[in-house]
Write a protein that binds this ligand. Structure first.
Ligand code: SAM
Length: 276
């Protein structure tokens, strides 16, 4: 199977996103008012369990203020801004979607973090950085869009310093197929789910040693149960980013997790020597 990068870009095309964000954010105050990463949490943390999941991953990866962090598939930049604000580190985000990168830069201006956090357009399969550039690489809810996992994890290893950390938080296949459309793919054509075991088999040969390996499916189910009980989501939320069908995409992910068709994996690795 080959990667359909155009199909994935099309899924995250987000026409007029920055303008829509400007309008939606008026609910939080005037355009010149500085926003906090927490205020944006319902809108810019594009993964299950939102801010809490990003905070836990940062802790597991051991991110500290002196580190240079790469967020691969950075979306509209919520995790990058949150990490910079809470850990004090520098963060670079890279994402395939140009409108997402433009929106990430706009939101970072609004939180006053543009000195510490930057974004570039690019593919995870050909990262626009030199070898050994980063202390930590994060990959949250991105791998499901990528079939060439060996290529993905090799690229991440290449841009990490030896001894650096790779922290991944992703949806994995458990039994059967998800109910489409889901938040990362409206059809199976751009969805490339691996089991947890197959994910590990792809990561370790790229030059990684496993430090943490956690099945977070039960926490995801508990989060979904809580969301269902709490009624409509706070506004503005990810519907602004993904469009009016986001509620359906999100409900299908919830259903697929609750039926254990899908699961959630958290794992942290150390960048070891690379076998050539
Ligand atoms: C579900 S969103 C997650 C965004 C972000 N990691 C977060 O948790 O908020 C998936 C993101 O991965 C990006 N993506 C998918 N395939 C990619 C690739 N090959 N290279 C770079 N980014 C990619 C998409 O453009 C999208 O922004």
């Amino acid at each position: 199977m080959t990667d359909d990068l155009d199909g994935v870009r099309d899924h995250y095309r987000a026409t007029g996103l920055t303008e829509r964000l400007k309008t939606a954010l008026m609910a939080l105050g005037p355009q010149d008012a500085r926003l906090t990463p927490e205020q944006l949490g319902a809108l810019d943390q594009f993964h299950t369990r939102g801010l809490a999941a990003t905070a836990e991953l940062a802790k597991l990866a051991g991110i500290t203020a002196d580190m240079s962090v790469l967020d691969v598939g950075s979306g509209v930049g919520g995790p990058a801004r949150f990490l910079a604000a809470t850990c004090g580190c520098r963060v670079t985000g890279v994402d395939l979607s140009e409108p997402f990168v433009a929106a990430a830069r706009y939101l970072t201006q609004r939180t006053g973090q543009s000195e510490q956090v930057s974004f570039q357009t690019g593919s995870a399969l050909g990262l626009p950085f030199d070898d050994g550039s980063f202390d930590v690489a994060l990959l949250q809810h991105v791998a499901m869009n990528i079939s060439d996992r060996a290529g993905l994890y090799r690229e991440i290893r290449r841009v990490l310093k030896r001894g650096g950390r790779f922290a991944t938080y992703d949806i994995v296949l458990k039994s059967g197929e998800p109910h489409y459309p889901v938040p990362w793919a409206r059809t199976p054509a751009t969805s490339f789910l691996f089991t947890a075991a197959a994910t590990r088999e792809a990561i370790e040969p790229a030059g990684f040693r496993t430090l943490t390996w956690q099945d977070d499916s039960e926490s995801a189910k508990a989060w979904i149960t809580q969301l269902r009980a709490s009624g409509p989501p706070p506004s503005p939320n990810l519907g602004v980013v993904m469009g009016p069908d986001f509620a359906e995409l999100s409900a299908n992910l919830g259903r697929s997790l609750m039926e254990s068709r899908l699961g959630v994996l958290t794992a942290v690795f150390e960048a070891a020597s690379i076998d050539t």
